[in-house]
Design a protein around this ligand. Structure first.
Ligand SMILES: Cc1cc2nc3c(=O)[nH]c(=O)nc-3n(C[C@H](O)[C@H](O)[C@H](O)COP(=O)(O)OP(=O)(O)OC[C@H]3O[C@@H](n4cnc5c(N)ncnc54)[C@H](O)[C@@H]3O)c2cc1C
Length: 495
């Protein structure tokens, strides 16, 4: 027995990619972590294994990790990374579990590191920033800040996790004023591939600091984000639902906001086409937002003037608003995202609207439990300018061609037997729409990582030279590809 273990170790040191070696490395990693961390390590059959493995927005992300490690601090993460890297064992890292791409924050047969218990949150003494652990969701951050009349830039849905959103950029209701959520991060505590715990900010590890503002999970495991706060004690927010008979008025309101959203940067909207197969229904929904106490704002008048089926827009707080919308976007159904991007005008809206509605109704309308939507996220010049003014980010979205619509297609269904059909359709409809946008001269380059689907090109569309720079930073801090080869899930700059 001992001889075969020694033999296997010898073979695996020269051929670490053999399945036998990977399996052996994972078994050793799980067993070693169990010995050291005991109550923080779970195997299949443990209730905690199941809850960590199902701590995802969609069951398409539930996989079969060999074991689950639930660290309680940066030093636990550091110790685990040292072990996993030494043994060349594969692993995945999960924050809030909202990225709906199977295998991007979970793993079959490897170690799942669930950051659930890294839940620290602390406002700085001068209240100018808040330090947040990666186990928190945005609604918990907003709840914590509410008594101070403060907000931080994060998800527009409360259940979304803090870390994934910030590592891809982060579109907030306040982005029109302050840029990407990540433009407002002033420091990251990071566990490097070596296990070393460092703080990256504008003066130390400044290349890593820049890379983390949109470079994804290729560089390290972030165990703390220091995020700027802003005063916003009361807001106006809510959702309107508009019948499809109002298509003209709706698309005109969206086009207008897309083009002139800069005029009042305290306003934000998320207008969507929302289609329900089982009810043979298409409606338009819009989240409306204003950072202030007076809810009658001309910036939103084109939306509020349209006759609606339902309208909840009114005075509230950010924490209360996101809590109220949680139920509308509950966990538990199968989900897929796909991202597209265009210049912000009526022509591109019409192309996306008509092609999407037509293809969904003719090709997938009969899929059980089908919900299909496209959200048109207006991205103003000020949004992009904010990132530049705050020191720049790897996305480096082209300011000259702004404003844009960054569009996310979302498909939701109930039967796993339909997975392949939906995934194939998502790819097809996106390609058809992008082809038409391209032909009309309306296709924009940048694609937002956090709304993307498997196989879409992300880093290739970042600002000129930035992918090369990201690869160099990755190689500098992770020369043995720990966060690329051993942690294969996620958007990789060297993927
Ligand atoms: C319902 C819903 C609403 C959304 N709303 C918004 C929105 O308003 N604005 C917006 O910008 N986006 C939004 N998104 C997209 C969202 O930003 C991404 O899905 C994001 O990845 C979610 O973060 P998470 O921590 O929950 O993700 P996870 O699925 O846990 O992780 C995503 C990726 O980040 C990696 N990762 C997680 N934690 C760490 C860490 N600490 N260190 C290193 N890598 C890590 C994972 O390995 C994985 O590859 C929404 C998504 C959903 C499903």
């Amino acid at each position: 027995m001992r001889i075969s273990t020694i033999l296997l170790a010898a073979v695996c040191s020269t051929l670490p990619s053999l399945t036998l070696c990977i399996d052996n490395a994972t078994t050793q990693a799980c067993n070693s972590l169990k010995l050291i961390f005991n109550t923080k390590l779970f195997f299949p059959g443990d209730a905690n294994y199941t809850s960590e493995n199902e701590h995802f927005w969609t069951p398409t992300d539930y996989l079969s990790p060999a074991c689950v490690f639930a660290p309680e601090g940066a030093s636990d993460v550091s110790a685990a990374v040292k072990f996993l890297s030494k043994l060349r064992a594969t692993f995945a890292v999960r924050g809030g579990g909202h990225m709906p791409i199977p295998g991007y924050a979970n793993i079959d047969g490897g170690v799942l590191i669930g950051l659930t218990n890294l839940r620290q949150i602390q406002l700085s003494e001068d209240k100018s920033y808040v330090s947040i652990g990666p186990g928190l969701r945005w609604e918990e951050v907003y709840d914590y800040l509410e008594p101070y009349g403060l907000i931080a830039l994060g998800g527009r849905v409360g259940s979304v996790g803090v870390p994934g959103l910030l590592l891809g950029g982060g579109i907030s209701f306040y982005s029109n004023q302050y840029g990407f959520a990540s433009d407002n991060v002033i420091a990251y505590e990071v566990v490097l591939a070596s296990g070393q715990i460092v703080t990256a900010n504008s003066t130390q590890y400044s290349d890593l600091f820049w890379a983390l503002k949109g470079g994804g999970n290729s560089f390290g495991i972030v165990t703390r984000f220091d995020l700027l706060t802003y005063s916003s004690p009361t807001i106006c927010a809510g959702i309107t639902e508009i019948p499809s008979t109002e298509k003209g008025a709706f698309l005109s309101a969206v086009a207008n906001f897309g083009q002139y959203g800069d005029a009042d940067s305290k306003a934000a909207v998320i207008p969507s086409i929302f289609m329900l197969g089982s009810l043979n229904l298409t409606v338009y929904t819009s989240a409306l937002f204003y950072d202030g106490t007076n809810c009658s704002q001309s910036a939103l008048a084109n939306f509020t003037a349209i006759p609606s089926i339902m309208n909840t827009y009114g005075s509230t707080t950010l924490a209360a608003y996101v809590k109220g919308t949680d139920a509308l976007i509950a966990d538990g159904t199968r989900q897929a995202f796909r991202v597209m991007s265009s210049f912000a005008n009526a022509e591109s809206l019409e192309i996306v609207h008509d092609t999407f509605v037509e293809m969904v109704t003719t090709e997938i309308w009969n899929i059980t439990g089908l919900q299909a939507s496209v959200a048109f996220q207006p991205v103003t010049r000020n949004f992009i300018q904010q990132g530049i003014s705050k020191g720049g980010n790897p996305q480096a979205v082209d300011l000259e061609s702004a404003p844009y619509f960054w569009m996310v297609e979302n498909f939701s269904w109930t039967d796993s037997a339909d997975d392949d059909r939906i995934f194939a359709f998502a790819v097809e409809v996106t390609a058809v729409i992008e082809g038409k946008l391209e032909a009309a001269g309306q296709a924009a380059k940048y694609k937002y990582m956090n709304d993307a689907g498997l196989g879409q090109q992300i880093f290739q569309n970042y600002g000129p030279g930035n992918l090369v720079k990201l690869k160099a930073i990755r190689a500098k801090y992770d020369p043995f590809n720990v966060y690329t080869d051993l942690m294969p899930g996620g958007w990789k700059v060297d993927g």
